[in-house]
Structure formats: C-alpha cells, structure tokens
Ligand binder design. Structure first.
Ligand SMILES: NC(=O)C1=CN([C@@H]2O[C@H](COP(=O)(O)OP(=O)(O)OC[C@H]3O[C@@H](n4cnc5c(N)ncnc54)[C@H](OP(=O)(O)O)[C@@H]3O)[C@@H](O)[C@H]2O)C=CC1
Ligand SMILES: CC(=O)N[C@@H](CCC(=O)OP(=O)(O)O)C(=O)O
Length: 346
C-alpha cells in the first residue's frame, strides 16, 4: 500500500494527540508534519512524554509546512482559526476539519453563533458533514469533511434514524449532555482549573450553546421540517467521556421497545455504534479510549415519553476517532483501519 503523507495541524492539543495515538499504528497514513502555535519548535516527546518511544517530526508552525508533499490533513485547530488555513491548502490535499468552522451550512447561522462572518463561504459549500454512519457515500467522495462536534455526535446518532423513520415526534426533544473536561481543549482557561471542575458538576451555555444549531441542522434534515431542541451541556469532573440523556415523545402507537428494535436494526452491522439490549445502561466507562457509541432505550414512567441514552468518548467518536473513520473512507480504506481498539475498562 502506498503511504499517505499526513499532517496534523494543532498536534500539541488534545485531539491532535489522540489522532497520533491511532495513527502511530496505522498501516496507511504516515505522519510527516505536526504543527503547533506557542509550542512550535518543541519536540513531541517534550510536549507529550507518552509519545517518547515514537519517532516523530518536531512541532513547527503552519507556515513552515510544505503542503505540496502532503496528501491528508487533519485540522485540529480552534474554531475560527481554521477557515483561513484550509483556504490556502492545495486542492490535491484531502482535509478532515475537527473544528466547527465548516459544520453549519448556513453561513448566516454560523456568523450569529460564532460572532464573526465566515471567511470561506464558497469552500463551506463543498464541505460534507461527517457523521460517518449516516453519510458514507458523500464522505467517500469528499475533499473536505467537517467532523461533527462531540455533543452533536452523541445526540444525532440515536435521534436522526428515529426522526427519519417518523418513529418519534420532532418537537419537544430535550437533550441533557455531560462532557469530560478534555472537551474544552488543552489551552489554559480559568474555568477549567482543577479547583473549578473537581468535586462538582455544573451546566453551562444554558439555552445558548453553539452546538444547538448544529444538532438542529441534522435533526431538521432528518425530520424534513424545522426542529428546535432544548440542549443543556454539563461539565463533569472526569478527563474524557460524554453522556447524553435524551427525552423524546414516540409517535402514536410506538413504544420504547419499538424504538430500540428500530435502532438495533439500523445499526446492526455497524462496528462502532451498538444498541444495548433491554435494560442495558450506557456509561462513559464502557467506551473510554474507543471509537464506540453505546445507545440505550428506555420507557419513561410518564406515558407518551421515552428516554434515549448515548455514551461516547468525546476525544474518540466525538473527535479524532470519527475523523480517522472519515479519512479512511476518503482514501478508500477500510473504515475501521487503525481504530479497532477495545475500550479501556475499568
Ligand atoms: N477536545 C474535544 O473533545 C473536541 C474538540 N473539537 C474541536 O477540535 C479542535 C481542536 O480541539 P482540541 O485539540 O481540544 O484543542 P487544544 O486547545 O487542545 O489544541 C489546539 C491546537 O491548536 C494550536 N493552535 C491554537 N491556536 C492556534 C493558532 N492561532 N494558529 C495555529 N495553531 C493554533 C495549539 O497549539 P499550542 O499548543 O502551541 O497553543 C494546539 O496544537 C477545536 O476546534 C475543537 O473545538 C471537536 C470535538 C471534540
Ligand atoms: C467541555 C467543553 O467545553 N466542550 C466544548 C465542546 C467540544 C467540541 O466538540 O466542540 P467543537 O464544536 O468546538 O469542536 C464546548 O462546550 O465548547
């Protein structure tokens, strides 16, 4: 197999490091460039001692990379900084962008939620939203994939198939989601100090988190009408992991068992999405370090309601694992290549 020369932009961050963990053992992608901002010039073994046994290029700034020799770029930069960078890459380079920059189709919606006009609206039109299990044909042909956010991945995997099939009502969907602190990135922020996050939990972005429009875009496509959701994220005192508890109203004549059975059937042959049997409760500790999404379906004691629970690792299925799943498809490789690691348990 010809090796695919690969750059990770933002390799000194959490998602960049997580990608390297998978790419280190990948038979097709060879990492030839790693970039950083403040840490440019440093050796990877200095920034991440857990990679000391690997032979890796040093971190450089993006303008030091010769992209003419690169086939694949994983872009792990903060949202807002990514549009300008990707616009300058040669058309021959395939890109998976982990930031939010190309996820929202409507650039006006983007401007409203991200606080500045989109810098590459034409390029945005070419981006494919990379929720892998639900967009494989488009991802295979894509040059630019917008990798979904972690909360949107955990919410949309259970909800989209049920909306597409008309098995749940499109209104009154409530998503309460919890994330590990690595979801906020590695850069120092007061809100993410140990003293602010340990020994307690708190909601944030109440009724105003930027992942709500991303989730609504996918759910509206699935339902064929505008869908609004109540979405509340919470910060949990754990390094990684994401759990979404989702309250829905099944369509007339549909019960929780029917929802479970439909989801099980849809995801029956999926390597990374599994629906648990009746009574099975997804937990973050069951997916840690893996690309797995576990889904549980429960009847509510309130008539006419059901509860969906999904668990992912925010850094894997919520970011770097799904990005590699997508890049495998973009290069015609088996989707699971480099990703068939079982969760780290306990
Ligand atoms: N963490 C998560 O669970 C998830 C993250 N994402 C998204 O993935 C992207 C990366 O996230 P994450 O890895 O957590 O972020 P980090 O903050 O951990 O890492 C950001 C990386 O980008 C570099 N960087 C920062 N600013 C600039 C700049 N102006 N120019 C060039 N490079 C820059 C940093 O370099 P240096 O270290 O030198 O400052 C670092 O390598 C973000 O867009 C995030 O929203 C998506 C899903 C989940
Ligand atoms: C815990 C935490 O802070 N999480 C991040 C979401 C991480 C992610 O998926 O977001 P992107 O859209 O930036 O890629 C947040 O709430 O903004």
């Amino acid at each position: 197999m010809d090796e695919i020369k690969t750059a990770i932009l933002g390799a000194s961050g959490y998602t960049g490091a997580e990608l390297l963990r998978f790419l280190a053992g990948h038979p097709a992608f060879r990492v030839t460039a790693l970039t950083a901002d403040r840490k440019a010039g440093q050796a990877m073994a200095h920034v991440f001692p857990h990679f000391a046994a690997l032979t890796l290029p040093d971190l450089v700034s993006i303008d030091q990379v010769d992209f003419s020799g690169i086939d694949a770029v994983f872009c792990c930069l903060p949202h807002g900084t990514t549009q300008d960078v990707i616009s300058t890459l040669p058309a021959s380079v395939k890109v998976c962008d982990l930031s939010a920059d190309f996820r929202l189709r409507d650039v006006e919606t983007y401007a409203r939620w991200y606080g500045h006009p989109h810098q590459a609206p034409e390029l945005q039109k070419t981006a494919v939203y990379g929720l892998t299990e639900l967009a494989r044909p488009e991802i295979r042909k894509a040059r630019l994939v917008a990798n979904p956010g972690c909360y949107p991945t955990s919410a949309q995997l259970p909800l989209i198939p049920l909306l597409r099939a008309g098995l749940i009502k499109a209104d009154d969907i409530i998503i309460d989601a919890m994330s590990g602190v690595s979801g906020a990135g590695r850069a120092a922020k007061e809100a993410n100090l140990y003293t602010e996050v340990a020994e307690g939990i708190h909601p944030y972005g109440i009724a105003g988190h930027r992942h709500a429009p991303e989730i609504e875009q996918g759910l509206s496509d699935a339902a064929g009408r505008t869908v609004d959701v109540s979405f509340t994220p919470h910060l949990m005192p754990m390094n990684r992991g994401m759990l979404s508890t989702i309250h829905v109203r099944p369509a007339a004549g549909v019960d929780a068992a029917a929802l479970r059975s439909a989801l099980s059937e849809i995801y029956r042959d999926e390597p990374f999405v599994r629906v648990l049997p009746d009574g099975g409760v997804p937990a973050t500790r069951n997916v840690r370090g893996s690309n797995l999404c576990l889904i549980g379906v429960f009847a509510d004691r309130v008539p006419g309601r059901a509860i969906l629970v999904s668990a992912i690792d925010n850094l894997v299925k919520g970011a770097s694992g799904q990005a590699l799943q997508n890049m495998n498809l973009m290069f015609g490789l088996p989707e699971t290549m480099g990703l068939d690691l079982q969760p780290l348990f306990p």
